[in-house]
Design a binder for this molecule. Structure first.
Ligand SMILES: Cc1cc2nc3c(=O)[nH]c(=O)nc-3n(C[C@H](O)[C@H](O)[C@H](O)COP(=O)(O)OP(=O)(O)OC[C@H]3O[C@@H](n4cnc5c(N)ncnc54)[C@H](O)[C@@H]3O)c2cc1C
Length: 435
């Protein structure tokens, strides 16, 4: 069986589906200015929203990108926009931080979602934004009961429209018998991530931001109340620096390297399938994620023709192929009739986990940073990009519930997540046996 799946994925294009017909992001490199008010490192959602916010308040902003604009997760993700609630849930947050901060962190997640949708609408960004809703599907009866409890809390404490779809009714949403019902979050939305990114590039250009690609930042040194930013193409003097490099942070900052766990996440997209089949498999056209520790999730492409299926990419062996086969097998487990269809695209990107599974923003040695979205960062990055810019501007609106969190590392962790494979294997085992 695995061999048959290899045949179905091995010719897939390794660039994201979203890059097809993408407007030309390979703009000509402009000269690197010698000075700026603010240097932003990284040109994903976080960096660009920070840059737009700062430029609109009169700062000369320079965005430096190591590869082409939007090379990172912001043009590779699956385009599932939700509140990105902290992974430990309300009760986990309350245990670690007390009720008040837990409530504030949950509410801020909702604010981030609302803000991002409003921002996209107000700025007229064309990115196929659609409020399609997200199903969180139960793999066992016990998962369904847990989801019922969760939905009740979401409704009572946060006024969220969370509706339970029992197993007897789920065929109206997903053409699969795998699940034991699902929770529907009606406000979650889909978008085309690279189009959202391109919209931000256009806004940044119009706000007067200088965007320079293929220019990695190698070092940032504070000198008095200025910073000296060393790049592959010379040095820049800047009053402020914002690091927005998320899963791609690497060795740029020893402090961040010890606090960020980069993890690869992968997606496949099938060949276009008959519309009658897609209507049967995905009648509700929802975003779907499975309730499990090692996540699988899927959605339709914006034209409704392809299934896009994603999950963690941590297989050893022939990396890309092994991960695609893994996703393919997971897809066939949900929709057995898809066995044999070709995956035309198979790509991956890096996300940034943190040890408390929460994003962080702040300042270290005079350098601002905002990162650690833990794989759920379309709304979060938009929100945090704005917040970190407001912090640079010393605007009190930059305050956030995340300010109260300590950004912790672990002993002996220096940026190499050697523990990932055993941890994921253990989590997969727990998913398989349901504990
Ligand atoms: C496969 C995948 C699926 C995902 N699906 C979803 C989803 O459905 N919903 C959701 O909410 N989130 C999702 N995410 C997460 C989301 O995409 C990210 O949280 C978000 O895009 C992070 O944005 P960012 O701007 O912080 O970082 P990125 O977009 O990763 O940008 C960081 C940039 O920094 C650049 N850089 C790094 N170091 C340097 C340097 N030294 N000098 C210059 N530039 C540098 C990199 O080249 C990169 O372009 C997914 C992520 C992946 C990878």
């Amino acid at each position: 069986m695995q061999q048959q799946y290899v045949q179905c994925v091995r010719d897939a294009t390794s660039a994201p589906l979203w890059w097809t017909n993408r407007p030309c992001v390979e703009k000509e490199d402009c000269n690197v200015p010698k000075t700026a008010d603010v240097v932003v490192v990284g040109s994903g959602y976080t960096g660009l929203v920070a840059a737009i916010t700062l430029a609109r308040r009169g700062r000369h902003v320079l965005v430096l990108e190591a590869r082409q604009l939007g090379f990172g997760a912001s043009s590779r993700n699956s385009g599932m926009l939700g509140p990105s609630f902290p992974k430990v849930g309300l009760s986990g947050l309350a245990k670690s931080y007390g009720d008040t901060l837990a409530q504030a962190l949950m509410e801020e997640s909702l604010d981030a979602l609302a803000y991002t949708k409003q921002f996209i609408q107000d700025e007229g960004i064309e990115c196929e934004l659609a409020e399609v809703g997200r199903l969180v599907a139960a793999l066992r009866p016990g998962d369904y009961r847990d989801l019922e409890d969760h939905a009740a809390v979401l409704q009572r404490r946060f006024g969220i429209m969370a509706r339970m779809i029992p197993r007897t009714e789920q065929q109206s949403e997903i053409g699969s018998d795998l699940y034991h019902g699902a929770m529907l979050l009606e406000r979650d939305s889909s978008l085309q991530p690279a189009m959202y990114h391109q919209g931000l590039v256009d806004l940044a250009g119009r706000a007067g931001v200088s965007l320079v690609q293929h220019t990695p930042v190698l070092r940032i040194v504070a000198t008095g109340n200025m910073h000296l930013v060393t790049t592959s193409r010379g040095q820049i003097r800047s009053r402020n620096v914002v690091v927005a490099t998320n899963g791609y942070t690497g060795s740029l900052s020893g402090y961040l390297r010890r606090r960020i766990v980069p993890i690869s996440s992968a997606l496949i997209a099938t060949e276009p399938l008959p519309s009658s089949q897609m209507r049967r498999l995905m009648p509700g056209r929802r975003l779907v994620e499975e309730k499990r520790r090692v996540l699988y999730y899927y959605r339709l492409s914006p034209d409704g023709a392809r299934l896009i299926f994603g999950g963690r990419a941590v297989r050893s062996g022939d990396g890309a192929i092994a991960n695609s086969v893994d996703l393919y097998a997971a897809m066939v487990r949900v929709f057995p009739e898809l066995a044999g269809v070709r995956a035309e695209y198979a790509w991956s990107g890096l996300i940034a986990y943190t040890f408390d599974m929460l994003p962080h923003l702040g300042e270290v040695a005079g350098v601002h940073y905002a990162l650690g979205c833990c794989g759920s960062g379309i709304g979060r990055s938009t929100w945090l990009g704005r917040k970190i810019a407001l912090k640079v501007l010393q605007d009190p609106e930059g305050r956030t519930a995340y300010d109260s969190l300590e950004f912790r590392t672990r002993p002996l962790y220096y940026g190499n997540p050697w523990f990932l494979r055993p941890v994921v294997a253990w989590q997969r085992l727990r998913d398989a046996i349901g504990v």
